[in-house]
Design a protein around this ligand. Structure first.
Ligand code: SAH
Ligand code: SF4
Length: 432
């Protein structure tokens, strides 16, 4: 989502006559778009700011520093105090103001730090430019902002505010705009895309499946994905969409977080372990080719060895194609940060290592199954070597493809025979 927001800020700046440069030393404006999902990112922002301060002191012309994103929303006062040389602090629902703020600074260099952290999400999407600058072949499209779920560990409801769904017309227009720029694959974004409820042309609420069917009709769009689904909101209509829409990729990120009912309850995830398993079974029944990825948190307050064991067992039962796993990180203003029985760091590290071993094994086994198989690959970038292009399979696996000179280009979808499995990618040759 930050990556999407950064692109939209860049679009706004370019539409206002700015251009992008490669290093901060060449720039007149530097925007740090920050994340605060776990605590590591915060201190990194302050050290980046320290580096920018030195560049600012040396620069002879304008040098404006903008801190945007979730950490800016959460710690605006700390930023002003610790980095008084920052010129503006913009929360994630205020990034639409970027060009106007820079314009103000250029006209009036004595302005105090501008802090903009309101939650006017409607304004955000109305004001983001529809003049897009260049795009790759695979891009994100935010369909929903904010989150009402209040999982007890999560800072997102505090940083991005309440849930808001964009209208179907707005999203379809943006998708067509992207396709006209050469985009072939779109990943729809939302903190909880399954509770999407945007207005359709008739003024009625449309769910995610309805939106997917609408987008399937966009001419030239070849692949469609969506993240992130909360298991509690996955229903039959989504399973039907996976069965019936051939551009919808058979790969679903379905974060479980924990395999223990006691921990899921303390996390306020609103599903049980068996409901999660049922959800996976239903999707497999409607779309037998489907594969799953997940997020896991280890060391949530009160997690016992037996709870953690349940997580390992669940991962074993589902058999993931890929997964992300994290040590629980207490976040300011969240309920879990105030819970007793916080888990010591060394226990978290031990559990993470055990879980990651299992998940890495599952990923290698999943990849091994592709040896000698023919897979459909979207070519997304130039490869490391000549006569090589980098692509993505339907399951988002990185695939290195050997080609003959000029035969195929980025943006093509090709059939590839997999000849080798490397540690983080598949390698293959074009099959005609
Ligand atoms: N909306 C998505 C995920 C958003 S955050 C969902 O509900 O699944 C992405 C992932 O970061 C989460 O799935 C979770 O695994 C992890 N995460 C969020 N808060 C965290 C915290 N406080 N500590 C560790 N991991 C966290
Ligand atoms: Fe955070 Fe839960 Fe919302 Fe995901 S669903 S953004 S984890 S509160």
């Amino acid at each position: 989502m930050n990556s999407y927001d950064s692109e939209r800020m860049s679009d706004l700046m370019i539409a206002a006559g700015h251009e992008s440069v490669l290093t901060p030393e060449e720039a007149n404006v530097v925007v740090l778009n920050t994340c605060s999902i776990r605590d590591k990112a915060d201190e990194k922002v302050f050290s980046d700011l320290g580096r920018l301060k030195m560049i600012k002191e040396k620069s002879s012309g304008d040098f404006f520093i903008v801190v945007a994103g979730c950490m800016a929303q959460l710690r605006s006062r700390d930023i002003i105090r610790r980095a008084p040389y920052a010129d503006a602090v913009l929360g994630p629902q205020n990034i639409q103001r970027i060009a106007e703020i820079i314009d103000d600074f250029v006209k009036n260099k004595e302005l105090d730090t501008i802090v903009s952290t309101s939650f006017d999400v409607d304004d955000k999407f109305r004001k983001l430019s529809d003049k897009f600058s260049t795009r790759g072949v695979s891009e994100f499209l935010t369909i929903q902002e904010g989150c009402d779920n209040f999982c007890t560990y999560c800072v997102v409801p505090n940083t991005r505010g309440r849930e808001f769904s964009r209208s179907v017309a707005d999203i379809v227009k943006e998708a067509k705009n992207l396709v006209s720029l050469g985009v072939k694959e779109i990943t729809l974004l939302g903190q909880n895309v399954n509770s999407y409820a945007g207005e359709n042309a008739e003024g009625e609420k449309c769910n995610l499946a309805g939106l997917l069917f609408e987008l399937a009709g966009v001419d030239g769009l070849r692949r469609l994905r969506y993240v992130t689904s909360n298991p509690k909101d996955v229903n039959k209509s989504i399973a039907e969409a996976h069965r019936d829409i051939n551009i919808l990729m058979p790969f679903l990120h379905l974060p479980v977080q924990s395999g223990s009912d006691a921990i899921l309850r303390k996390m306020n995830r609103k599903y049980t372990r068996s409901e999660y398993v049922e959800c996976v079974c239903m999707l497999r029944e409607y779309c037998p080719r489907i594969a799953f990825s997940s997020d896991f948190i280890v060391g949530f307050p009160g997690e016992t060895d037996a709870d953690f064991d349940q997580t390992l067992k669940l991962a074993g039962e589902i058999n993931y194609a890929q997964a992300y796993s994290f040590k629980y990180s207490p976040r300011p203003g969240t309920a879990a940060a105030r819970m007793g029985d916080q888990i010591p760091e060394n226990v978290k590290s031990e559990r993470l290592a055990i879980l990651q071993d299992l998940l890495n094994d599952q990923q290698s086994q999943f990849n091994q199954k592709f040896i000698d198989r023919r897979v459909s690959v979207l070519l997304v970038k130039e490869g490391k070597h000549e006569n090589q292009l980098g692509g993505r399979s339907e399951y988002s696996q990185a695939v290195s493809v050997c080609i003959d000179d000029g035969e195929f280009a980025v943006g093509d979808i090709v059939d590839v025979r997999i000849t080798e499995i490397a540690s983080h990618s598949l390698i293959g040759i074009i099959e005609k």
